[in-house]
Design a protein around this ligand. Structure first.
Ligand code: ADP
Length: 496
């Protein structure tokens, strides 16, 4: 078959007269086709059964099965062939009859060579066109099938994802929601077409999704969502962008972090317990060493021994402050610290915090100032010890990380849109850009020549951040290495 296809299509000549068959074969040699011969109807039908034939040249008048019968059987079998009738009894009637039964054309005998070649060529072309059309149709169907398979594959993958996935349009309406999303957010119901607020109670997250759905801002955002007592999700929103970069909506993925939260809580509890157990023996050691050192001084013991005990005392002091910070951090994380909420006069609290470090700043020859934008005395609803911890850490750091002779200023800004801003600025060693995003991580300390001899725990800023997060406060930083730092805290003020 393959070789036949290479040689061209098959043309079958059915005629009881051999010289006619031979003559036809000779005429068709110049066409791009392969000529087969059959002396009668039966043989013609068996060739058609076995081989692919494109055109049949069929004599009407043959002994045995006549041409009309062969033609009828060809049509009945449904072969895709073009039949050209050849007959010496050319009458208009037989021609019309044959054509009515679907013959391609009609050639009277004796035939003209060129006419025969022309008619066969046209029949072959019509078969070629038909084959091409079929091929295109099959291609199209295959492409559609692929497309459908691809669509259902994506849908299946999406449906079986362990993460909840929601896609919204630019109006913040849900256009897609997978099985997990239905389970955790919609009580198994599909909320397709609903506004995001109808299946999510968390207003802040809804706002985030709405704004992500309509802006063509490339970067996504993250949000920690709590659903019920023990279910926590890290929600990631990203824009869905069209070909021209226009925003078509947002894709929202909910990753379950409940187990991580439990582990984190257990770890915090463990740290809190260990810190608690260590605090009192360590305090005792520290106090005893202070007494020993006092005795040594009074008895004028050798300086070397005094130095050793003094260094050991300093180390225990460092360990004690680490323990205090760890306990503070655990309490902040557990939400059990600083629950004594009351009206706090912010400038007053800042004045006492500044006074608290004045001696240390003085020892370093630093200028330490507190400036206020106006006469107002903004008040904040908070546990005063929480605010003391926030500003104690920031002002303490400013003094600690500013070399001798520098300047530290604490500025209270005006109240704007229900919030007050406090800036703690220093002219100290500054913080490089890369480190700025890390200094709020637990235990992170910048390690370089300038910080080498400055002691600390790396827990002060995480405590500050934890406290501010709890009271709807924010903290930001402007700094450059060697150019000083400004920590800026924003807090909601109480109405009068
Ligand atoms: P630490 O006990 O080490 O001071 P913090 O959490 O308070 O811990 O601060 C983390 C790190 O941030 C510090 O180790 C220091 O490298 C850097 N840092 C904090 N405040 C300042 C500041 N005002 N100037 C320069 N570096 C600072």
């Amino acid at each position: 078959m393959a070789s036949e296809r290479q040689e061209g299509l098959n043309v079958l000549v059915v005629d009881d007269e051999e010289h006619i068959r031979v003559a036809v074969e000779r005429i068709l040699r110049r066409l791009d086709c392969n000529v087969l011969q059959a002396p009668d109807g039966e043989q013609a039908l068996s060739i058609l059964e076995e081989r692919d034939v494109a055109v049949v040249l069929l004599d009407l008048k043959m002994p045995g099965m006549d041409g009309m019968e062969v033609h009828r059987r060809i049509r009945e079998a449904g072969y895709r062939v073009q039949v050209i009738i050849i007959t010496g009894y050319a009458t208009l009637e037989t021609a019309i009859d044959a054509m009515k039964q679907g013959a391609f054309d009609f050639i009277p005998k004796p035939f003209d060579k060129d006419h025969l070649a022309l008619v066969v060529e046209r029949a072959l072309n019509s078969i070629r066109l038909e084959q091409e059309r079929t091929r295109l149709e099959q291609d199209r169907e295959r492409a559609l099938l692929d497309l459908n398979t691809e669509k259902s594959r994506i849908r299946t993958i999406l449906e079986s994802l362990p993460h909840a996935v929601i896609v919204t349009n630019t109006q913040g309406r849900i256009v897609l929601m997978n099985q997990t999303a239905r389970q955790i957010l919609a009580g198994e119901e599909s909320h397709i077409g609903c506004e995001i607020g109808e299946c999510l109670e968390d207003g802040e997250l809804c706002e985030l999704i709405r704004s992500q759905s309509e802006t063509d801002r490339q970067e996504g955002s993250s949000y920690e969502l709590q659903l019920g007592e023990d279910s926590f999700y890290m929600v990631r929103t990203n824009p869905v962008l069209g070909e021209d970069g226009e925003c078509l909506g947002a894709v929202v993925v909910f990753g379950d972090i409940s187990d991580l939260k439990v582990m984190d809580r257990l770890k915090s509890e463990f740290v809190a317990k260990v810190s608690h157990e260590l605090r009192s023996p360590l305090s005792t050691i520290h106090e005893q060493m202070a007494l020993v050192l006092q005795d040594m001084l009074e008895q004028e013991q050798p300086e070397k021994e005094q130095r050793i005990i003094s260094r050991a005392k300093e180390k225990t002091k460092g360990m004690l402050s680490l323990i205090e910070d760890l306990l503070d951090l655990s309490r902040v994380e557990a939400g059990s610290a600083f629950n004594d909420i009351q009206r706090v006069n912010l400038p007053e609290l800042l004045r006492s915090q500044v006074e608290f470090v004045r001696e240390r700043a003085g020892e370093k020859g630093q200028e330490l100032v507190l400036e206020s934008a106006g006469e107002e005395e903004p008040e904040v609803m908070a546990d005063p010890r929480a605010l003391e911890s926030v500003f104690g850490n920031l002002v303490g750091n400013a003094v600690k990380y500013t070399p001798e002779g520098g300047r530290v200023s604490v500025r209270i800004g005006p109240v704007e849109r229900g919030r007050v801003r406090v800036e703690v600025q220093d002219t100290g060693i500054g913080i490089g850009e890369e480190e700025q995003s890390r200094i709020f991580e637990r235990f992170y300390r910048v390690k370089d020549k300038q910080t080498k001899n400055i002691s600390g725990t790396g827990l002060g800023l995480p405590i500050v951040k934890g406290i501010l997060d709890d009271m709807d406060g924010t903290i930001s930083l402007r700094s450059q290495k060697g150019q000083g730092s400004t920590f800026s805290v924003s807090l909601p003020v109480t109405g009068s």
